[in-house]
Design a protein around this ligand. Structure first.
Ligand SMILES: [Zn+2]
Ligand SMILES: [Zn+2]
Length: 344
């Protein structure tokens, strides 16, 4: 099969590799779509930490089951599925206590070890796959994996109905969080992103208030402030905007060496909660339900679909911040533009 292989940090090849075969508890999936995200760029550059090269990247995948292992009973050939890329050990203290996303031996397909989905076929443990209802579009459904991470944020966020939310970052994750917030009880949602080219897409997916800076907004304190950018300047801007008694959530991924400063006394005096959210935990199945229920407007968000041969171009476009969500379609012959909203 044809696959993208990161041979070593910074080295990409479009290669012919052996077709995967399923182990007893695995399925093999013909990949339809796989989203590109910042994690793939970190993996490519060798900055993710823990990546075993060579590796086929891609962890936001959907496709159709084409082979099943001898012990797989829950799925069959022809089933359309979304894939949870998380590989947890099941045996460490965190796994035993149900905190698989904190597993001491945490891995992710296409990120740390085991091949990912930027290939015509993907082998995955059957227990990592979730059947899609017939009304769900298989290409659009590659938003389900990032959606499952956004849903984790709400699982750990202390919240009440009727609160006001401020979200930093109008990238894919910021816009998923912004679309979920009203369903989680938000009265209003504001999104801030200095990259004004993203503002129209934010409005297109239903965000009423979008601004380049929180200084431009009517309100000056919010019950819930979520950083979905990982940018230190955004984090330092957002923390003091949390209402007394409110919550700051760190969702965006910063470089390991990043440090943000804040006023400890204001956290004490204002009883501000600070909450982290890492990857997903038992959210992928519910993300399928939310996606099927139309909770997310994915159509304007996915701006381009790339054939494997154009993977390097897709990474370059991602780095330049052009377009919306970029998708690879490993079995497509050519690349196409899908939605121009993100580029206007
Ligand atoms: Zn991702
Ligand atoms: Zn574990």
């Amino acid at each position: 099969m044809r696959a993208i292989v990161f041979e070593a940090p910074g080295q990409l090849a479009v290669s012919e590799v052996l077709d995967p075969t399923p182990g007893p508890k695995d399925v093999v999936i013909e990949v339809a779509g796989v989203g590109i995200c910042g994690t793939d760029i970190h993996v490519f550059e060798g900055h993710y930490g823990g990546t075993e090269f060579p590796i086929i990247p891609g962890h936001e995948a959907t496709g159709t089951v084409v082979a099943v292992g001898a012990e797989v009973t829950r799925l069959g050939v022809g089933d359309r599925v979304a894939v949870d890329p998380t590989l947890s050990c099941g045996e460490c203290d965190y796994c035993v206590n149900g905190r698989y996303n904190l597993c001491l031996h945490w891995n992710s397909m296409g990120v740390t070890r085991d091949n990912g989905a930027s290939a015509q076929f993907l082998r995955a443990p059957a227990r990592n796959t979730y059947r899609l209802p017939p009304e769900v579009d298989l290409y659009q459904a590659s938003m389900i994996e990032p959606l499952s991470c956004a849903m984790r944020a709400f699982d750990v966020l202390p919240r009440r109905l009727g609160e006001h939310y401020l979200i930093y970052g109008a990238g894919t994750m910021g816009l998923l969080l912004a679309q979920l917030a009203p369903r989680a009880g938000a009265a209003t949602v504001c999104v801030v992103d200095p990259n004004q080219s993203r503002h129209e897409l934010a409005r297109e997916v239903g965000v009423e208030t979008v601004a380049a800076s929180a200084d431009d907004l009517d309100r000056d304190k919010w019950d819930v402030v979520i950083d979905a950018s990982g940018v230190v300047a955004a984090i330092e801007d957002g923390l003091p905007r949390v209402k007394p008694g409110g919550t700051f959530q760190q969702f965006g991924v910063s470089p390991a060496e990043a440090r943000a400063t804040y006023s400890p006394i204001s956290i004490v005096r204002d009883e501000v909660s600070m909450v982290g959210s890492a990857a997903s935990l038992n959210t992928l199945g519910r993300a399928v339900e939310m996606f099927a229920a139309g909770a997310i407007r994915s159509i304007p968000m996915i701006s381009h679909a790339f054939a494997l041969a154009d993977y390097a171009e897709a990474m370059d476009m991602f780095r330049r911040g052009v377009g919306g969500k970029l998708q690879i379609r490993p079995n497509a012959a050519e690349s196409i533009e899908l939605s121009s909203v993100a580029r206007r």
